[in-house]
Design a protein around this ligand. Structure first.
Ligand SMILES: [Cu+2]
Length: 192
């Protein structure tokens, strides 16, 4: 029994030995490059570490400047009468570059969309009733006293960009003034 075990162990050791040899055979050529590889990462690692370390302060410096200057917002409106963003946050006095994109395919005379930012306290029912009778001016009423900023009307595949300054701190409604849309196409601009 012991002999068998010893033999078995010897055999398995031989097999291991063979495996090692087999494994070792192809390795000698790679071993030489391996040494080079081992050196390269060691050299490359500090360089790779140094690069992000250098890049980080640059990014950190650029980010607040970009955020403070212009807030870029894209709202995508759909054939299903939806805005993809129902809330925008901004700082008072911040410049906002807003793009309204119509991600659908329907023409603007059937599924047109716009973005109308209204002053706080605007009577939405009254404003939208006036807008609904202003087809000739793309549903922007002649009396613009309630409007802070607005885009033109876009149809499927179209987009339009406007720039305006965020008003004083508060919460403002933005709507699509195309008849019947404001009930669902209505979001909030939150200014702090
Ligand atoms: Cu609409």
């Amino acid at each position: 029994m012991r002999f068998a075990l010893i033999v078995g162990m010897a055999v398995s050791m031989m097999m291991l030995g063979c495996k090692k040899e087999e494994a070792a055979k192809p390795t000698p050529p790679p071993e030489a490059p391996k040494k080079q590889d081992a050196v390269k990462p060691a050299e490359a690692a500090p360089a790779a570490e140094a690069k992000p370390a250098e890049a980080k302060p640059a990014e950190a410096a650029a980010a607040p400047a970009a955020a403070g200057d212009v807030l870029e917002v894209t709202i995508v409106a759909s054939d299903a009468m939806q805005y993809d963003k129902l809330e925008i946050s901004a700082k008072a006095g911040q410049k906002i570059k807003l793009t309204l994109k119509h991600g659908g395919t329907l023409a603007k005379n059937v599924m047109g969309h716009n973005f109308v930012l209204l002053k706080a306290g605007t009577d939405l029912a009254k404003f939208t009733a006036a807008a609904a009778t202003s087809a000739a001016t793309d549903y922007i009423p002649a009396d613009k006293s309630d409007i802070i900023a607005n885009t033109g009307l876009v149809g499927g595949g179209e987009s339009t960009t406007i720039e305006f300054t965020a008003p004083a701190a508060g919460t403002y409604d933005y709507i699509c003034s195309y008849p019947g849309h404001y009930a669902v196409m209505k979001g909030k601009l939150k200014v702090s």
